[in-house]
Design a protein around this ligand. Structure first.
Ligand SMILES: NC(=O)c1ccc[n+]([C@@H]2O[C@H](COP(=O)([O-])OP(=O)(O)OC[C@H]3O[C@@H](n4cnc5c(N)ncnc54)[C@H](OP(=O)(O)O)[C@@H]3O)[C@@H](O)[C@H]2O)c1
Length: 241
């Protein structure tokens, strides 16, 4: 590998939006580390990409497991010595899971969407800090936008997912704080909404594809040095918090 290859880590890359982001980044010439809880699923997702000649490497990653995250940070340090792009994509929505109390839903959702993403970011910051153009993309949701939720004409006004929305609001708050805290290391941190997209998480509703959802992630992952930090975007532009 040459020094010009960017190295990216995408969490939850074995399916859905994460898989599309990994594919899109690899097609831009990035060497993508595909973070997967189950390495066998990662190998299966990576196989067609490797057959296409893309540089992808499945890596074991459970963001709720401190040992898994630490082992991956050590692996990346030993193999690459740096990380250029971190996409915090892994996430769940548990609002419609029966037999879970509201407290259990919040505890379990925050453990993955908020604490898990933060754990991964903290572990990767030393590796991002030695990159020439380090970027973090936090995959959030418009459902976390207080501004949009207060608009009765907003197209998703009828979608009530209290736990999920709270978790992504926390992701947004962390994004602002991380952007400020990491600015002196040159690390740009932005939150994005991929849009309501057909994946396992949405029972494959509606028609929007993971490839369409990945567009804004790729844009923020490959941001130039004049690009924004500490913002919240979808593919149409900036979103209200
Ligand atoms: N689809 C939408 O409409 C939509 C809209 C806005 C935002 N988003 C966000 O986009 C992101 C991707 O969602 P998606 O729709 O692609 O969902 P998905 O198909 O359910 O994929 C979620 C991914 O996260 C992984 N994951 C779950 N828990 C994990 C953990 N503890 N550690 C590491 N990975 C874990 C899953 O791995 P396993 O396969 O092992 O479970 C899977 O790879 C999420 O953050 C979601 O909140 C989605």
């Amino acid at each position: 590998m040459t020094q010009t290859n960017k190295i990216a880590l995408v969490s939850g890359a074995n399916r859905g939006i994460g898989e599309a982001v990994a594919t899109g980044l690899a097609r831009e010439g990035v060497h993508v580390l595909m973070g997967c809880r189950d390495l066998a699923k990662g190998e299966a997702a990576a196989a067609p990409l490797k057959a296409e000649g893309l540089q992808v490497t499945p890596v074991q990653l459970d963001v709720t497991d401190a040992a898994s995250v630490a082992a991956l940070a050590n692996q990346i340090a030993d193999t690459h010595g740096r990380l250029d792009i971190l996409v915090n994509n892994a996430g769940v929505g548990l609002d419609f899971v029966p037999d879970l109390s509201p407290v259990e839903k919040v505890e379990q959702t925050l453990a993955i969407n908020v604490v898990g993403g933060l754990r991964l970011t903290e572990a990767m910051v030393p590796l991002l800090a030695v990159s020439a153009h380090p970027r973090i993309v936090n995959v959030s949701s418009e459902l976390a936008s207080f501004g949009l939720r207060h608009d009765p004409d907003w197209e998703h006004h009828d979608k009530i997912l209290p736990t999920y929305a709270a978790s992504k609001a926390a992701v947004n708050a962390l994004t602002v704080s991380q952007a400020a805290a990491l600015a002196d290391k040159g690390i740009k941190v932005n939150a994005i909404c991929p849009g309501y997209t057909a994946t396992a998480a949405t029972n494959f509703m509606p028609d929007r594809t993971p490839e369409q959802a990945a567009v804004i992630v790729l844009r923020m992952a490959l941001l130039d040095d004049e690009g924004p930090t500490g913002g919240f975007f979808n593919d149409q532009g900036e979103l209200p918090w």
